[in-house]
Design a protein around this ligand. Structure first.
Ligand code: PMP
Ligand code: GLU
Length: 387
């Protein structure tokens, strides 16, 4: 069959397939412990659901403007100003169907055939596929555990060629949870400005932080870099709104104009009544976010202790997101074999590190209940003891 080779070359998202496999097993009555989903287990806060339900009842069932409802674009611009110190005109905000869709549209808008996009490893597994679909080439820069899974300005400088178009920064990171400090971002920014590169800054985990650490947007550390940064964010993680499919960008006008045109020919824009819920997520009370982070924090402490107590497992304690990314290299199985056997033999779902670019690691999401974590860790211990 002569199909589009850029599309047939895409492997399915392992995070989504493991998540749906674990959900299907649970629904079939199987006793599965899932650390797979990067999806908070909480329901969306009530006041947000009510706002969307009201919008639906009020007849907000027609197309919204392609780039998003004006009130949502204004609320996003205000959020980016107050939380991140970034001054965007609401016209520079585009709302899409989830941050994943925002990233896809940004990459399609920026990249031409043959361009290179630098992606630090470990990376969220959808980035390289999006770059390849756009006809560009992902260039990986390997971070190390010793360096907190962060890349240095020197590493970045060495990876830049005449073809480099953009760099993707994801802080806090999926899958490592590492968070770049303001100083580290400023150092990276100097290199990026020198080479006049775009930065795609995926900040979807910005609210999920521990131990008093704060988030900085790379767009805020340099006025020069601000002009080249596309800030990507969404509602899935902070407000537990994964199924709503709303994400957004704040970007220079040169990006937002063509990207809006692209969106006008693909989805026409995000779901109208879901956008009404998103407005209230940003403008309503924020204690729901703090409550969820407090629960994640407790789970993180427990899971990290259980993992580091296991001989042969090395696990840093990251400062953000809701993942741990332990190294299991000493246990004699690669990440795919380890994850497959763990699921088949002990009914515990984790995500192998390979599709994130690190085959010696596995990813455990602790966006799940404490009971799931306790039981899952008992089984993981039993499995490792059997190896
Ligand atoms: N970026 C990262 C790093 C993620 O982990 C996710 C996970 N869903 C997304 C973007 C996309 O989120 P969504 O499309 O649900 O807004
Ligand atoms: N981002 C989440 C994860 O990494 C959800 C799945 C996905 O969008 O890939 O698990």
């Amino acid at each position: 069959m002569d199909l589009n080779r850029r599309i047939t070359a895409i492997p399915p998202s392992v995070t989504l397939s493991i998540t749906s496999k674990a959900k299907a097993l649970l629904q079939a009555g199987e006793d599965v412990c899932s650390f797979g989903a990067g999806e908070p287990d909480f329901d969306t806060p009530e006041h947000i659901k009510k706002a969307a339900a009201k919008a639906l009842a009020d007849g907000c069932t027609k197309y919204a403007p392609t780039a998003g409802l004006p009130a949502l674009r204004e609320a996003v611009a205000e959020k980016l100003q107050s939380d991140n110190g970034l001054t965007f005109d609401p016209q520079q905000i585009i709302v899409s169907d989830g941050a994943k869709h925002s990233l896809f549209n940004v990459i399609m808008t920026i990249c031409s055939e043959g361009d290179e996009v630098i992606i630090p490893t470990p990376y969220w597994l959808s980035y390289p596929e999006m770059v390849r679909v756009a006809g560009a080439r992902p260039v990986f820069v390997a971070s190390t555990e010793a360096n907190g899974f962060k890349v240095t300005p020197d590493q970045l400088e060495k990876a830049i060629t005449g073809k480099t178009k953009a760099v993707i920064i994801n802080s806090p990171s999926n899958p490592t949870g590492s968070v770049y400090s303001e100083k580290e971002l400023s150092q990276l920014a100097q290199v990026l400005v020198k080479h006049d590169l775009y930065v795609i800054s995926d900040e979807i985990y910005e609210k999920i932080l521990y131990d008093g650490v704060s988030h900085k947007s790379i767009a805020s550390v340099s006025d020069e870099l601000f002009k080249k940064t596309i800030v990507v964010n969404g509602f899935s993680k902070a407000y537990s709104m994964t199924g709503w499919r709303i994400g957004y960008i704040g970007a220079p006008f040169e990006i937002t104009k063509p990207m809006t045109a692209l969106q006008s020919h693909s989805t026409s824009g995000a779901t109208t009544f879901a956008q009404h819920g998103a407005i209230v997520a940003l403008t309503g009370p924020q204690d729901c976010v703090a409550d969820m982070v407090a629960a994640f924090s407790e789970r993180r402490e427990y899971l990290h202790k259980r993992l580091t107590d296991i001989k042969g497992v090395d696990c840093p304690k990251p400062e953000g997101a809701f993942y741990l990314f332990p190294n299991i290299g000493e246990l004699g199985l690669d990440s795919l074999a380890f994850s497959e056997r763990l699921l088949n033999e002990h009914k515990v779902a984790v995500v192998p590190g390979k599709p994130f670019g690190h085959d010696e690691n596995i990813r455990l999401s602790y966006a799940c209940s404490m009971d799931n974590i306790r039981e899952g860790m008992d089984r993981l211990e039993t499995f490792i003891a059997s190896l």
